[in-house]
Design a protein around this ligand. Structure first.
Ligand code: MRU
Length: 355
């Protein structure tokens, strides 16, 4: 299975750099990039070479370690200057994309570890080594959370189900099974017959380039549709449930995910189809009371006008609005499938009870 073969975000052999699969080149090219440069790390996230909320978190953990190691060579045993510089660098990295909670979650976790040890009688090399362990832990936790999510999700589907998914919340967006694609891949391994409809997901085509690629490689029956065809396939009775990922879940269950997710949820409600959000508990941000508190990333208008087209498909002067995510109202969500169980409405209560 391609998704179990290797880690697409990892440390280089000598651990001086981070290595990542460039997702922006898929499915045409499978190219790994290695860097220890802070600006290159920032660009990898901003340009969606590394993307998908949990994957960004794993990457940020490794980047923090790599930079901590490089800065240790510069600052020697001057722990305070080392920590100050690392803090500046991680703040910059954290500003690369605002919506997915996993980026700030991983960076906060790494920096808390660094600060707590800086005050103790531990040499800089000791702190750097603890940061390496913490980054590996973030990665390993993601692998086990995805497997748990896959098991819970699988309990909600039956042989013969048609499943609609939006964007990419598979192995590339996480590690190993993924979140929204986890139950599908696990079910497929266990002989459950499933038919998946993947929205292409304009403008950056994560559904076409990544989801259909991953599922096809795994041997899952996948059909690619344009985003505006979802209502049609739902009406035709081809969809039994929707599985989507999440970038940030507010305390009341409102969920930010790839732009277009909320319209899938609205259509699912119209046709009486269960709409499930899948993600780890760490994607819940209780500091956001509702979706109104979630910052939505706005991206370059040229992603709409011309990216992925041989020639621009809109006048160069036309105004384009390009929000990268939207918020699905909690009332449209049938359940949130986490690594600690399936949460049902009212979400304020079910989320409150597990946190
Ligand atoms: O802009 P992207 O490609 O990073 O957006 C990804 C999504 O919206 C995913 O559904 C989400 O990050 C969950 S990934 C398990």
């Amino acid at each position: 299975m391609i998704y179990k073969e290797s880690d697409h975000v990892r440390l280089s052999e000598d651990e001086s750099a981070v290595v990542f699969l460039d997702q922006s080149a898929l499915p045409l090219k499978r190219e790994f990039i290695e860097t220890d440069d802070l600006k290159r790390m920032y660009d990898a996230i901003y340009l969606l070479e590394v993307r998908g909320a949990p994957c960004i978190g794993i990457f940020a953990g490794y980047c923090t370690f790599v930079r901590a190691r490089a800065l240790a060579q510069k600052f020697g045993q001057d722990k305070n200057s080392w920590l100050e510089e690392l803090s500046k660098e991680t703040k910059y990295l954290n500003s690369s994309r605002p919506t997915a909670v996993n980026l700030s979650y991983a960076i906060d976790r790494m920096m808390k570890k660094a600060s707590s040890l800086t005050g103790e009688d531990v040499p800089v090399e000791g702190i750097v080594s603890a940061l390496r362990d913490e980054a590996v832990k973030i990665h390993e936790e993601d692998i086990s959370m995805c497997l748990k999510i896959a098991e819970y999700g699988l309990s909600l589907i039956k042989d013969g189900f048609g499943i609609l998914t939006h964007c990419n919340a598979g192995p590339l967006a996480t590690s190993r099974y993924g979140t929204a694609l986890g139950p599908i891949l696990l079910g497929h391994e266990r002989g459950v017959i499933l038919r998946v409809f993947a929205d292409e997901t304009r403008p950056l085509l994560q559904g076409a380039r990544l989801t259909s690629y991953e599922l096809d490689q795994a041997g899952v029956d996948v059909t690619l549709i344009c985003d505006n065809m979802a209502s049609m396939v739902m009406k035709q009775g081809k969809i039994d449930c929707c599985f989507v990922g999440c970038d940030r879940v507010a305390a009341n269950g409102d969920t930010a995910n790839k732009i277009g997710t909320s319209q899938v949820a609205i259509m699912a409600k119209h046709y009486g189809i269960p709409f499930y959000v899948l993600g780890p508990v760490s994607s819940i941000d209780i500091n956001c009371k509702s979706g109104d508190d979630i910052v939505i990333e706005e991206r370059d208008p040229d992603e709409i006008r011309s990216k992925f087209y041989a020639n621009p498909m809109a006048p160069a002067s036309v105004k384009c609005y390009n929000p990268a995510f939207d918020v699905t109202d909690h009332e449209l969500i049938s359940a949130i499938i986490t690594d600690r169980g399936i949460l049902y409405p009212p979400f304020t209560e079910s989320i409150g009870s597990i946190l």
